[in-house]
Design a protein around this ligand. Structure first.
Ligand SMILES: Cc1cc2nc3c(=O)[nH]c(=O)nc-3n(C[C@H](O)[C@H](O)[C@H](O)COP(=O)(O)OP(=O)(O)OC[C@H]3O[C@@H](n4cnc5c(N)ncnc54)[C@H](O)[C@@H]3O)c2cc1C
Length: 497
């Protein structure tokens, strides 16, 4: 196998070479030091300000041919490359010092009502596809907010409020068009390049850039009930006691229609319990599922809890208002534990989170411990080797978001978040061992982390579990020189024969 060539940041490219690229693409080519700050700087922004990097070249393709030409240019000059869709990753793989393929101008969606499919360009935001499909009384599976890009959420797995009924976002892809490392565009589906189709569903951008996704759609002739129930800190124990019954009696008895995210946010130094609910139907139907939350006595009328179109329930512009101030230095991570979860584990988890957060009395945004109480049966029903996505277990998903605004705190916050999730994983591992449940280390079943909520530094085996070997085989076939090296890149050289 050819040795891996080092990638360069493009700073030594000549004007002539850059003009050569410009002459081949319809979209803009923005070059650091040549473009104005007004044009250049906004293109670097990401949801997580920790990952703003000064790329030398940003290409904004208008179409698939532009993507293809840009990739050929990258290959010719062995450039460092990152793909940016919605810019909403936690860990920053859409940023880089070399060339960014920024898909923000590729956001067309077309819906075939007869076939119940949507064809979405690879730069769409979730909201673009949700709106286009809701207009014709169909629904697409995306994440819980409309601002994430379809590129990141689909290739990484994707869990949303419709997932208990219809599976992961990636499980709802029926075909894709993929730009490979040599610039060729190929179809990936069950019948064409089926190995590539396997890889882009959970393998991230390891094998190429998806220029177009075809999604399966679902009938939708009704609104949904969604909102947030918030409680005073003294109700913490009672809120935790609700977890197992809420899951058992409500979530699991709702035919996948009811999903709850418990959110423990920090306000004024204390951790406040809250539950964000989604029911795929009107309030009258949701009533019996939300009863335990109403009985617990929320602080004020629950924020935004009402019957709304699905698209309103994912409106990030509205949801984010609940978590002021809008700081944007963030580190997030996740892990999963099987049901039922003991009170002592839940309490230890909240205490641990509170203890970490209390180290930083100032400079904090609403840092959160999020526990996803969803019915994962449908997701786990797909065989582990059917797609690259490896976390197909039922269980409670814990995520942490540490949020701050002072750059000087970066290192400490990263370290504390890592320690927090590491400790939590140890607690979970010990608990699972006591209960005889095979855990992450052994990869008997699946992994226990959600790869789209990580700090980007997890071991590959924890991300891809038993699918890692096949990932390496595909990397050797589709990207042997590891051009796509930003989101958990696997190394074809580590392929054991
Ligand atoms: C506020 C918030 C809420 C979230 N809620 C959820 C949720 O409910 N459910 C959930 O599952 N996740 C959720 N996430 C995680 C989110 O899905 C991931 O961070 C996802 O990667 C974001 O995708 P993006 O396109 O916006 O990111 P970007 O930063 O633009 O891209 C991330 C990476 O995705 C890959 N990529 C992007 N586009 C393409 C493409 N067209 N082809 C190939 N690879 C591509 C690239 O590797 C890129 O580096 C949330 C994140 C945030 C910040």
């Amino acid at each position: 196998m050819a040795a891996r060539a080092p990638r360069n940041d493009g700073s030594s490219l000549t004007s002539q070479q850059l003009d050569g690229l410009r002459s081949k693409v319809k979209g803009k080519v923005v070059v650091k030091g040549h473009a104005s700050d007004e044009e250049y700087r906004p293109l670097l922004e990401r949801w997580n300000a920790m990952h703003v990097k000064e790329a030398n070249i940003i290409v904004l393709p208008e179409n698939e041919a532009d993507v293809s030409e840009t990739i050929k240019f990258i290959a010719e000059h062995t450039l460092d490359v990152a793909i940016r869709c919605g810019g909403h990753t936690y860990s920053g793989p859409s940023s880089g010092r070399g060339l960014i393929i920024d898909l923000r101008n590729m956001r067309k969606v077309s819906v075939d009502v007869e076939k119940k499919i949507a064809i979405a360009q690879g730069g769409c935001l979730a909201g673009d596809i949700e709106r286009a499909t809701e207009d014709v009384k169909l629904r697409v599976v995306m994440g819980a907010i409309n601002a994430t890009g379809c590129g990141g959420i689909t290739t990484g797995g994707g869990i949303g409020n419709l997932s208990a009924q219809h599976g992961l976002v990636c499980d709802n892809v029926v075909a894709a068009r993929v730009a490979l490392a040599d610039g060729r565009i190929v179809v990936a589906s069950d019948t064409e390049n089926s190995d590539l189709f396997w890889g882009i569903r959970g393998g991230g951008s390891n094998f190429g850039l998806v220029t177009e996704f075809t999604y399966k759609l679902h009938d939708c002739d009704h609104d949904v009930f969604s909102g947030v129930y918030m409680y005073t800190p003294d109700k913490m124990d009672k809120a935790l006691e609700l977890f197992n019954p809420l899951h058992e009696e409500c979530v699991m008895k709702s035919d996948g229609k009811f999903a709850v995210n418990a959110i423990f946010g920090v306000a004024g130094g204390a951790v406040m319990p809250a539950f964000m609910v989604y029911y795929d139907g009107p309030e009258e139907e949701a009533k019996k599922f939300i009863k335990p939350l109403e009985d617990l006595g929320p602080m004020t009328p629950p924020s935004g809890a009402r019957t709304v179109p699905h698209t309103a329930s994912t409106d990030w512009a509205e949801i984010s208002k609940m978590f002021p101030p809008d700081f944007n230095r963030i580190v997030g991570s996740s892990t999963q534990i099987d049901y039922p979860v003991s009170m002592s584990v839940l309490k230890k988890t909240v205490e641990l989170f509170q203890q970490k957060i209390s180290l930083f009395p100032e400079n904090l945004g609403v840092s959160k411990l999020i526990v996803d109480l969803r019915d994962y049966t449908k997701i786990a029903s797909v065989p582990l080797d059917a797609t690259a996505y490896a976390n197909r277990r039922t269980g409670m998903l814990f995520g942490i978001d540490f949020i701050w605004d002072d750059q000087k705190l970066d290192e400490r916050m990263m370290a504390e978040a890592k320690d927090c999730i590491g400790t939590l994983r140890r607690i979970i591992k010990e608990t699972n061992e006591q209960r005889g449940i095979a855990d992450v280390g052994g990869h008997v079943a699946a992994t226990t982390l959600y790869p789209l909520i990580t700090d980007g530094e997890e071991k590959l085996v924890s991300v891809f579990g038993p699918n890692l070997q096949r990932m390496r085989e595909l990397k050797r076939k589709y990207d042997p020189n590891v051009m796509w090296d930003k989101w958990y890149p696997v190394d074809p050289a580590e392929l054991s024969n």
